[in-house]
Design a protein around this ligand. Sequence first.
Ligand code: ZN
Length: 289
Amino acid sequence: MNRLSFLFWLLSAACAAAQTSGSQFGTDNYVEYIPGDLPLILTSPHGGRLKPDGVPGRTYGVTGADANTQELTHAIANEIFTRGGRRPHLVFSHLHRSRLDPNREVVEAAQGNPSAILAWEEYHRFIEQARAAVVKKHGFAFLIDMHGQNHKGERVELGYLHSPAELNQPAEVLNSPGFVARGSLALLVKRSKMPYTEILHGTQSIGALIAANGFRCTPSPQMPVPDEPYFKGGYTTARHCTGQTTGFQLEANRTRLRDTNGNRLKFARAFVTALEHFLAAHMRVTLRK
Ligand SMILES: [Zn+2]
């Protein structure tokens, strides 16, 4: 190997290492954690495709995958990196949802299969690991649990752990400390000086900011109370958006949002613009260097 080809080989090896460095995998590569350097964690439980022989199909509960949500999560992470040179932490389940549903408690999630139980434990351990690292470095963590829904009408559903009936109450109820404490944004509300109603569906809500960037959204000023069916946030949001971690569940519609590479990129740009504004307004943090 001459000097030039050695240098070329060294460069290619370094590039390959840079692409994969930092990824941590669970047993049999069923779950993956890609550490970042932002106080932001994106989790993707339902976009996996693996159907290994050792993990039988689940026999009850929802088994359909959220198509292209891993790709959407990567598109958002890449957009954040392109703008500010920093990366969110990413946690993926690579098992198809028919084999494991990490957004349920373990009995329904794994349905007794030892490999699925182990993958469930490792998935949530990676989230705990990310939360601990982020809180140690930044004092808080912001988590977004990434999903895809197929409800009628195109809209992004934001889940803060409140049902439509709960959201359809007078402002004084929504702004009371007891109600705030039951939602996934409790820490954000504490840091923001704005009332909870403003953060849920006012002009400074993430729903308003996403809608202003071209994607229908609920809760938002246009639709403060979602009509049913609506996903209010599941196991991951309830378990992990506690203490010094805050955040929400995001349910993306498919058409014109996550169906093609170009549409995922368009949404990623709109969403990152909205998220940057939201986090600056309420948490006083930037996603940029
Ligand atoms: Zn889902």
